[in-house]
Design a protein around this ligand. Structure first.
Ligand code: 13P
Length: 263
């Protein structure tokens, strides 16, 4: 069974005080939504406070990045060991990290390995640029990102993949539900080649990029799409609640084929 996941990536928004206000405005209602996993990824500085606020609730906590070393002289970095005390998930390889901070697939790969060693569930982001899309290279790029970011990693169900086409992030120009379902199908097929059918059927693959309460239904109604990584709309309490509610209502958890049929 793939439990749908709705994750809010707050990016570099909210002071601690603002994060507290935002959580207070959604906590009770978000907590009560059943049938989907709910995840909030605030900035590092709010993780400790958020952990306290979410205690006893059904809402999970995640970070937006980390370094791959456990500890040492790496001024300004945050380690997986530190995060493992605070949260369950970590977003890795987001296109903003790749684009603005020079993260390569090799770095993402080291981070994914380090996260898993420290019992963190990585949300590995992949996505093509507008140029890749226009020149018909999207699948080639996605294949490379998956193959290299997950290189030399034992197949494991705890990884989440987020497909975020760069041209759709923060632009208000979301991909269509059908278009992203085709790409996510390609991603799952690629994972079948890399990790085998059994695990790939159980992996959750999310869509991200200009998801709103107006278009979430289009994505979540696609059987191959297991949820959403939400940026801008996750900062708006009403919108994020609405997105999560719609996901819970529309999505019937996908039963993986290996539970039903023998391979
Ligand atoms: P927006 O929802 O703001 O387009 O951001 C998507 C994203 O990058 C989530 O990680």
């Amino acid at each position: 069974m793939r439990i749908p996941l709705i994750a809010g990536n707050w990016k570099m928004n909210t002071t601690v005080a603002e994060a507290v206000n935002l959580v207070h405005s959604i906590l009770d209602r978000l907590d009560k939504i059943e049938g989907v996993e709910k995840l909030l990824c605030p900035p590092f500085v709010s993780l400790f406070t958020m952990k306290e606020l979410l205690k006893g609730s059904s809402i999970k906590l995640g970070a937006q990045n980390m370094y791959f070393k456990t500890k040492g002289a790496y001024t300004g970095e945050i380690s997986p060991l530190m995060l493992s005390e605070l949260c369950e998930f970590v977003i890795l390889g987001h296109s903003e990290r790749r684009g603005y901070f020079g993260e390569t697939d090799e770095i993402v790969n080291r981070k994914v390995k380090a996260a898993l060693v420290n019992n963190l569930k990585p949300i590995v982001c992949i996505g093509e640029t507008p140029e890749d899309n226009e020149t018909g290279r999207a699948e080639e790029v996605l294949y490379r990102q998956l193959n290299q970011s997950l290189n030399d990693i034992e197949p494991i169900q705890d990884i989440v993949i987020a497909y975020e086409p760069i041209w759709a992030i923060g632009t208000g120009k979301a991909a269509s539900g059908e278009q992203s379902a085709v790409t996510i199908d390609f991603i799952r097929n690629t994972m079948t080649k890399l990790w085998g059918k059994r695990i790939s059927q159980d992996l959750r693959i999310l869509y991200g990029g200009s998801v709103t309460s107006h278009n979430i239904a289009e994505f979540i109604s696609q059987p191959e799409i297991d949820g959403a990584l939400v940026g801008g709309s996750s900062l708006k309490p009403k919108d994020f609640l609405d997105i999560t509610n719609q996901a819970a209502t529309i999505k019937v958890p996908h039963t993986s084929t290996h539970l039903r049929t023998k391979e």
